[in-house]
Design a protein around this ligand. Structure first.
Ligand code: FMN
Length: 313
């Protein structure tokens, strides 16, 4: 699967940011040569301690996560893992998070030419912790963050969007216009769970990010809308745990599919889903996975889901 700018995936299945950490954690467990790509956990210019625990809470249909981007900072990450990434048989994509577009630009410039880095994924759903907004909620800030990344690198730039945005059509268009090569959607969705005794939140972070099967149809809706609004490829992420989830995201318009929380419990799952997808293509007489992409898209552009009142009539 060719996502542009020399980012070529051997299979359309990749592991989304988070579950594999920086990859070294699972290198002995996963056949990297049978996986499309590995997206690292979120990384910031400076080290981040993350949120106090508890950081995970099981909820119906998924998991509520509040890690807070714990990471040792970009320089330490490159020093510790860059050489290993360069020797692995799959593209490693670094997931970047920042507090401002300027800080993002600085991180991106440091990654240009770094060994083993095949692409950058810009997490537009982590916010400016100092009172600012989450960039992916607004087309203008999405554009300024992606433009800052684009200016600093020739590597493929993936804009990772959040379905918490009301109008994902214009956000995806803003990312494409600002120079993104690929859109990834979706990230976790904000949720809240009280502690069992009702006193305060269950997670140390207060809010958490909801992931898992509970968000699958929201991810499908987002991918379906994004695929109608841009011409660049879409990586569909959200609630994938079985082959039907992969097929649904492809049908909704994704060219590649990311596995998130399900790969924490079962690190080989993304590889097996890639094998199952190849088997399904053979069984259906489908020559290439791209023939499955976008089959559920309408012939004529649909109305954005924000115009929900239209559906009520
Ligand atoms: C433990 C964990 C850590 C995550 N960390 C990040 C991150 O650092 N950056 C990011 O963009 N997304 C992160 N995500 C979000 C996933 O990449 C994915 O977008 C989301 O979980 C939805 O997919 P899923 O339902 O398959 O888990 C994380 C998810 C989990 C479960």
């Amino acid at each position: 699967m060719d996502l542009g700018r020399d980012l070529v995936l051997a299979t359309p299945l990749l592991v989304a940011s988070g579950p594999y950490g920086y990859g070294a954690e699972v290198a002995d467990l996963v056949d990297f040569d049978r996986l499309g790509a590995l997206v690292t956990r979120g990384t910031t210019l400076k080290p981040r301690a993350g949120h106090p625990g508890p950081r995970l809470a099981e909820v119906p249909g998924g998991l509520l996560v509040g890690i807070g981007l714990q990471n040792p900072g970009l320089d330490a990450v490159l020093e510790r893992y860059g050489a290993a990434w360069a020797g692995w048989p799959l593209p490693v994509i670094v997931n970047l998070c920042a507090e401002t577009a300027g800080e993002l630009g600085e991180a991106v410039r440091r990654l240009e030419g770094a060994p083993g880095v095949a692409g950058l994924e810009i997490n537009l759903s982590c916010g400016n912790g100092r009172g600012g907004a989450v960039p992916g909620l607004d087309p203008d800030s999405t554009a300024s963050w992606i433009a800052a990344a684009r200016r600093g690198t020739d590597l493929p730039v993936i804009a990772k969007l959040t379905a918490a945005a009301a109008d994902i059509w214009s956000i995806a268009q803003a990312a494409e216009d600002a120079g993104a090569d690929v859109i990834a959607a979706i990230n976790t969705l904000p949720g809240f769970l009280p502690a069992r005794d009702g006193r305060g939140p269950a997670l140390g972070s207060g809010y958490g990010g909801l992931c898992g099967p509970a968000i699958k149809t929201i991810a499908l809706r987002a991918v379906w809308e994004i695929a109608q609004s841009v011409d660049i490829p879409v990586i569909g992420i959200g609630g994938v745990s079985v082959l039907d989830d992969v097929l649904d995201l492809l049908a909704a318009g994704a060219s590649a599919v990311g596995v998130g929380v399900a790969a924490m419990a079962d690190p080989m799952l993304p590889v097996r889903l890639g094998d199952e997808l190849a088997d399904a293509c053979r069984a259906r007489g489908v020559a290439a996975v791209r023939d499955l992409v976008g089959t559920a898209l309408p012939k004529k552009r649909s109305a954005p889901s924000t115009r929900g009142a239209e559906y009520a009539r």
